[in-house]
Design a protein around this ligand. Structure first.
Ligand SMILES: [Zn+2]
Ligand SMILES: [Zn+2]
Length: 153
């Protein structure tokens, strides 16, 4: 486990790590994130899949098909621990090829959460949830150019 950042599921059987800070971090208020997390939103960071390693544990993926009203976009797979059901990361991102969304709630260090740079799918944010002082997007955003360059290199 020599990655700079690490995380785990609720039971601890699934562990993972990555070295480079996410190139994009968002609070997603979409209805898929609500159902998958059980909360009003999910906070996740985009990490290069080449930098992301699962160290241990058995995972299972649940595929979300194309949905323009949620962050599923053109499709993605949310991955969770088969033992405890904790949602850990999201892969097979049709809209962010070469990337993985890491669920920040699973990071080991509370002090190492990466602050959101945007809030997305705000059309389905609950009226009692205040907006952060970051760009707000009714729906999604396109892949940041920096991450595309980094992945290409
Ligand atoms: Zn678990
Ligand atoms: Zn979402």
């Amino acid at each position: 486990m020599d990655k700079k950042y690490s995380g785990r599921c609720a039971c601890g059987s699934v562990t993972y790590g990555f070295d480079n800070p996410p190139t994009f971090v968002a609070n997603c208020h979409c209805t898929d994130c609500k159902r998958a997390s059980g909360g009003e939103m999910a906070t996740f960071g985009l990490v290069a899949s080449s930098d992301f390693t699962v160290f241990s544990g058995e995972t299972k993926g649940f595929y979300y098909p194309k949905n323009s009203e949620t962050c599923a976009g053109n499709g993605l797979t949310r991955v969770f621990c088969v033992a405890c059901g904790s949602r850990v990361f999201t892969n097979e991102l049709a809209d962010f090829p070469g990337g993985v969304f890491v669920q920040e709630g699973t990071l080991d260090q509370l002090s190492e959460w990466f602050a959101p740079q945007a809030e997305i799918y705000t059309w389905s944010r609950q009226p009692w949830m205040p907006a952060l002082d970051v760009p707000q997007y009714d729906h999604g955003v396109t892949a940041p150019a920096e991450s595309a360059d980094a992945n290409a290199g």
